[in-house]
Ligand binder design. Structure first.
Ligand code: HEM
Length: 430
């Protein structure tokens, strides 16, 4: 599901937008933060002479991956329309006993301030506030942090009247094998970055900042292909080997906004510009899958494995022709093919933006890989996105025989914070 390519499918090319930051420019900014910071930037803490030599040299661009910067502030939170980064952490917190609405507001303020600093374009110049130095020498590396509220948050903070209808619990799907301890939660945090240390550091800072107000409920870590690993930008592959993310709604689609984001005059008002995230840890039964010949695997999905082209013909981005039949009368895209069963056309227009991370947590107790997809689906209303599609997939999809949904969460992700604001302010102070 995660895309490591940009442009081709219309996704917002945030990572490529920002020009590389030269070390000279960083130094200029770092001057204000003190010489120690500057030295760390250039030579990992080298002494003064080393700094001078580096200053005299031609400016060297901080690598594109490190300098790419996605602003924290905006009408929408970052980490939804941008391509999924190479590293991701999905984390849920529960408020500690006695933490009320005021405490929750304080936490969202502290979290937002921390993320504002860590995602800043000149972040290496200002490490002092969060100075464990784990990410000291790196640029923002497309870091995004996205915050959401689970249904239980509203009861705990006395905000029941503000609970969105769309946060009704997801229905039970017969195929689910959910672990309650790794599902739901009061608060949800999605961290993504193209550098593993930057992603870890952000998560660590958020955990420290939460101390005394919220404690960790569950954490899942995932990955996607690293930008630059392929000769040209491409849609990413999942751990089954398929090109995944091709037929996602595109920001250029006329109905993209309406499908993915709550409108400005939507309900409840505090969710304007927000979206709902369905989060599922979906284990892939890889040993079973890998035994299938490639031609069978392709039939299960409805697309060619090598290049993602639909079995109805053409190349990766050729529109799927669900009506196409072969000369012998058989459907080009099988009746139970994943892309037929999941298609908007088969679900009264239901659509979602899939933005996932792969995960691999070693070998499970049964001796098979504990690996799969940290599936995150974004939509303006889960009842018009994930729910009808999953109802149909659960049982009717050829792929479901090779999957196991092991955890689940649904979170209301409010719009972004403006200058000086924190995420969720309209809910917590409304
Ligand atoms: C590990 C689990 C899953 C895997 C490996 C997987 C894989 C894929 C692949 C390879 C495609 C074709 C390329 C593309 O258009 O992205 C696809 C399409 C799609 N998938 Fe999944 N998928 C998974 C779970 C789900 C779930 C749980 C849902 C929703 C409930 C879903 C909804 C969709 C949709 C809507 C499409 C686009 C269909 C179209 O209109 O062409 N997928 N998936």
């Amino acid at each position: 599901m995660g895309r490591d390519g940009v442009g081709k499918d219309g996704a917002v090319p945030a990572r490529q937008e920002s020009a590389p930051i030269s070390r000279r420019r960083l130094l200029g900014t770092a001057g204000a933060a003190g010489a120690a910071g500057a030295a760390g930037l250039i030579a990992g803490g080298a002494a003064g002479a080393g700094v001078a030599a580096a200053v005299d040299a031609e400016p060297t661009a901080l690598a594109t991956v490190g300098s790419a910067h996605i602003p924290f502030e905006g009408a929408r939170q970052a980490g939804i329309v941008q391509p999924a980064q190479a590293r991701g952490h999905l984390v849920a917190f529960d408020l500690v006993a006695g933490a009320d609405r005021k405490a929750a507001a304080g936490l969202m303020r502290r979290w937002s301030d921390a993320v504002r600093t860590m995602t800043a374009a000149d972040r290496p110049a200002a490490p002092a506030a969060y100075d464990d130095q784990v990410a000291y020498d790196a640029g923002p590396s497309s870091l995004t942090v996205t915050f959401g509220f689970g249904r239980s948050f509203f009861g705990r903070t006395g905000l029941g009247a503000a609970l969105p209808e769309a946060l009704a619990p997801l229905p039970d799907f017969p195929g689910d094998r959910l672990d309650a301890g790794r599902s739901n939660g009061d608060l949800w945090v999605q961290v993504g970055a193209d550098d593993a240390l930057v992603a870890f550091h952000a998560l660590r800072v958020l955990q420290k900042v939460a101390r005394d107000t919220a404690s960790l409920r569950w954490q899942m870590s995932g990955f996607n292909r690293t930008p630059g690993a392929t000769p040209h930008p491409m849609t990413g592959r999942n751990l089954m080997g398929q090109i995944d993310g091709t037929n996602n709604p595109k920001p250029a689609d006329p109905d993209f906004e309406r499908r993915i984001f709550v409108p400005a005059k939507g309900s409840p008002e505090w969710m304007a510009g927000g979206s709902y995230a369905v989060v599922r840890r979906i284990r892939m039964l890889l040993d079973d899958w890998d035994h299938l010949p490639v031609a069978r695997q392709e039939k299960v999905i409805g697309r060619r494995k090598s290049d993602g082209a639909p079995l109805s013909g053409g190349t990766e981005f050729t529109p799927v022709d669900l009506g196409k039949v072969h000369a012998d009368g058989s459907l080009a895209i099988a009746g139970d093919a994943h892309i037929r069963v999941a298609a908007a056309a088969s679900n009264e227009g239901a659509a979602m933006l899939r933005r996932a991370f792969s995960y691999h947590d070693g070998i499970g107790a049964d001796g098979t890989p504990d690996a799969g997809l940290l599936f995150v689906a974004w939509q303006a209303d889960p009842l018009k996105g994930f729910v009808p599609v999953q109802r149909k997939l659960d049982g009717g999809d050829g792929l479901s025989r090779f999957l196991r949904h092991e955890s689940s969460g649904l979170f209301a992700v409010p719009g972004g914070a403006g200058k000086g604001e924190y995420v969720g302010q309209r809910l917590l102070e409304g």
